[in-house]
Ligand binder design. Structure first.
Ligand code: F6P
Length: 427
């Protein structure tokens, strides 16, 4: 029977970034840090995990109190994961008991009573399990998720911080590349293909549709993971588009699947979550265009450019990312455990939103896909309802400061906390 611990009233907190990073995950970190600093009566020091949860397992903690107010302010406009993120999946408590117990051991050693986990579906599942094991081991911890994923596939929340900025980058890039190909099409390139992220959900691909309001405007074809790829139908549409418009702009999600149920872009690498590493749908589509139609074409994979593009971040997204970070701390202080702050849409135009708590259990491992009513009947475009949903998420600009032509991003000190445990843990 584990011994019952007497918990001090002021307890420290632990924050970790998880999964693929975004242009605004650091804005959430800034929200968490600012709110913790405001609540010194309840929260002592906020530690961050170096490389996310891996930092907790290996007792490699970062003391965020060493960072100046100016650095935390600059964190809000700095892309990527300032403390390092991790793709590191903890399985069920039965399968990975030693890891969960190690987490509690580290938390106990550093008097950590609050756990803020900034990630997507898998990470919300981990936060939920940490909350369960903390009860089981009589070491109470308040676990609060902080939503983040460019894929926009968390349920309940109106959108996921990180998505709005990718959506804006993809819509802007599609608009600009379309102008380029339109200028060249008479004598040169007729087809441009842009591949965007979104493993199972086509939200990012859908966002490209914001670049054009009508079927005549680019992007002329969007390929969603939710719609099975049909080669003959696709080729016919490209041909008709080039015949009518003179050129064709295609946006393809990395998650598009063929009739055999396999990704067009499936590689051989699998990450720690067991997800196939994707990338390669655009060259596959380009090959089809060349083989079946012979048009001159260009293709591009937006890859990390899209999720790191802080220079053209959506102001709405930055505001929401910061707000969910702050709200996570407020909820924790109110004693709300095993929850995450979600964004609740109050109105489309003007876009009004509030934040409310939702249970981690309702979000963990659930993927929200693009609903069929957001895709046009032919499967190649977005509907007015989809546009209404997406438009406010890319609204507004929040430029970082620039110096000599480049954005000025902060590099934190990331000072390590002295280890307290003798035991080392290998991950
Ligand atoms: O976090 C989601 C995501 O952005 C996916 O859309 C994409 O497939 C994946 O991350 C790529 O991540 P990684 O950097 O781990 O290869």
């Amino acid at each position: 029977m584990p011994k019952k611990s007497k918990t001090p009233t002021v307890r420290n907190a632990f924050y970790a970034q998880s999964g693929g990073v975004t242009a605004v995950i650091n804005a959430s970190a800034a929200g968490v840090i600012d709110a913790c600093r405001k609540h010194r009566k309840h929260i002592g020091t906020l530690y961050a995990g170096r490389h996310g949860i891996v930092g907790a397992l290996t007792e490699d903690l970062i003391d965020t109190s060493q960072e100046s107010t100016a650095s935390i302010k600059a964190l809000r406009h700095t892309p990527s994961g300032a403390f390092g993120s991790a793709r590191y999946k903890l399985k069920s408590i039965e399968q990975d008991r030693a890891k969960y117990e190690r987490l509690i051991e580290v938390f106990r050693a550093h008097n950590i009573g609050y756990f803020f986990y900034n990630g997507g579906n898998d990470s919300m599942d981990t936060a939920h399990k940490v909350s369960a094991i903390s009860t089981e081991l009589n070491y109470p911890i308040i676990c609060v998720g902080v939503p983040k994923t460019v894929d926009n596939d968390l349920p309940i929340t109106d959108c996921c911080p990180g998505f709005g900025s990718v959506a804006k980058y993809v819509a802007v890039s599609t608009q600009e590349a379309a102008l380029d190909v339109a200028s060249m099409a008479r004598t040169s390139t007729k087809v441009f293909i842009l591949e965007v992220m979104g493993r199972h959900a086509g939200w990012i691909a859908a966002a490209a549709g914001l670049a054009g309001g009508t079927r005549e405007q680019a992007p002329h074809i969007i390929l969603f993971p939710e719609i099975t790829f049909n080669r003959a139908k696709f080729v016919a549409r490209v041909k008709a588009c080039v015949a009518k418009q003179g050129f064709c702009v295609i946006v393809v999600s990395e998650g598009v699947k063929g009739p055999n149920g396999k990704f067009l872009a499936e590689g051989t690498t699998v990450d720690a979550f067991g997800h196939a590493q994707l990338g390669g749908a655009a060259p596959e589509i380009a090959r089809i265009v060349k083989d079946d139609l012979g048009y001159k074409h260009h293709w591009a994979v937006a890859d990390y450019l899209q999720r790191a593009a802080r220079h053209i971040a959506s102001k709405t997204d930055v505001d929401q990312a910061y707000a969910v970070g702050q709200a996570a701390v407020e909820f924790a202080i109110q004693g709300k455990n095993a929850v995450l702050p979600v964004i609740v849409r109050q109105s489309d135009k003007p876009y009004r939103w509030t934040i409310a708590p939702a249970p981690l259990s309702a979000v963990a491992n659930v993927e929200k896909k693009v609903p069929r009513r957001f895709v046009t009947a032919d499967g190649f475009g977005i509907t007015a309802a989809c546009r209404r949903y997406l438009s406010p998420l890319i609204a507004g600009e929040d430029y970082p400061p620039f110096k000599e032509g480049l954005p000025v991003y902060v590099k934190l000190k990331n000072k390590a906390v002295k280890r307290k445990l003798k035991t080392r843990f290998k991950v």
